[in-house]
Write a protein that binds this ligand. Structure first.
Ligand code: CP
Ligand code: NVA
Length: 305
């Protein structure tokens, strides 16, 4: 049975732990995995822009001995030039896996359904599970055991927030998100996270006051206020998110040992100040690096079974 990596929801805590351990091993012993997917081809389909996800999948697949084919909307015009179904039916005849970044989460789910080969969600409007794996590798490197520690997300209850909340719940890390009214994460993600949290011991909180959320945090995380595809809402969002910036004052409420995280790209001076981005607490470049190791682990796991 082929397996997809579409949502953190679909993977058990034990499987996620295994992925994290494999990511760490790939980072520590890259040579061990050289040639491990020799002769395998992976399509990288991107409806939206990307720096980190594109480069790290491309380089990661190369480092494992495989080959990647990068396809943008200019090339295939997914769903317009040809239906998602028909594109999928073609790809499964040539490729060994597909990594796909779409606007609609459903497009990604549909590709998984239409193909006999594994599909990886490289970000949709709903989730960014690859980011969550890389970030929990980074958090583990800096904080050690994560159970009962506190992960705080300030800003928009968006795709990145959804995957991080689910991941926290699965690994037993407490999670607090502070958003403006109306920008909370979707109810079903919060409910699922709380349900998982009951099993793992993680406390999940949805708040509106960033200072309350940041208190005693081990991780302070933020993301852009306007995600790709929301450009029309920019003016309103910039007003609504006033007061949700991660700056030195907010960081002072977190633990002294707290780390600052951001999936990137960052809008400096908007959701985060330069002095936080460039501080000793910031681990943003480690996060970017770890996308490489963790995605190698994801591809390896799906292709090798
Ligand atoms: N964090 C992240 O996914 O970056 P890109 O959009 O550049 O891939
Ligand atoms: N929330 C952002 C994340 C980019 C990596 C977006 O969807 O644009």
């Amino acid at each position: 049975m082929k397996r997809d990596f579409l949502s953190i929801v679909d993977w058990t805590p034990a499987e996620l732990k295994k992925l994290l351990n494999l990511s760490a091993d790939m980072k520590a012993h890259p040579k061990k995995y050289r040639e491990s997917i020799k002769g395998k081809s992976v399509a990288l389909i991107f409806e939206k822009q990307s720096l980190r996800t594109h480069v790290t999948f491309d380089v990661g697949i190369y480092q494992l001995g495989g080959h990647s084919v990068y396809l943008t909307q200019t090339d295939i015009n997914l769903g317009k030039r040809e239906s998602i179904h028909d594109v999928s039916k073609n790809l499964e005849r040539w490729m060994d896996a597909v990594v796909v970044r779409t606007y609609a989460h459903q497009s990604c789910v549909d590709m998984g359904r239409f193909m006999k080969i594994p599909v990886v969600n490289a970000l949709t409007d709903y989730e960014h599970p690859c980011q969550a794996i890389g970030d929990f590798l980074t958090a583990t490197e800096h904080l050690g055991k994560l159970k009962k520690k506190k992960f705080v997300f300030i800003g928009d209850g968006n795709n990145v927030c959804n995957s991080l909340m689910l991941m926290s719940a699965k690994v037993g890390m407490n999670f607090a998100v502070a958003t403006p009214e109306g920008y909370e994460p979707p109810k079903e993600i919060v409910d699922l996270s709380k349900k998982e949290g009951k099993k793992s011991g993680a406390v999940i909180e949805v708040l509106h006051d960033p200072t309350k959320a940041a208190r005693n945090a081990d991780v302070v995380y933020t993301d852009v206020w306007v995600s790709m595809g929301q450009e029309d809402e920019k003016e309103k969002r910039m007003k609504d998110f006033e007061g949700y910036q991660v700056n030195k004052e907010l960081m002072k409420l977190a633990k002294k040992s707290a780390i600052f995280m951001h999936c990137l790209p960052a809008h400096r001076g908007i959701e985060v100040t330069d002095d936080v981005m460039d501080s000793k607490q910031s681990v943003v470049w480690d996060e970017a690096e770890n996308r490489l190791h963790s995605q190698k682990a994801i591809i390896y796991t799906l292709i090798k079974g």
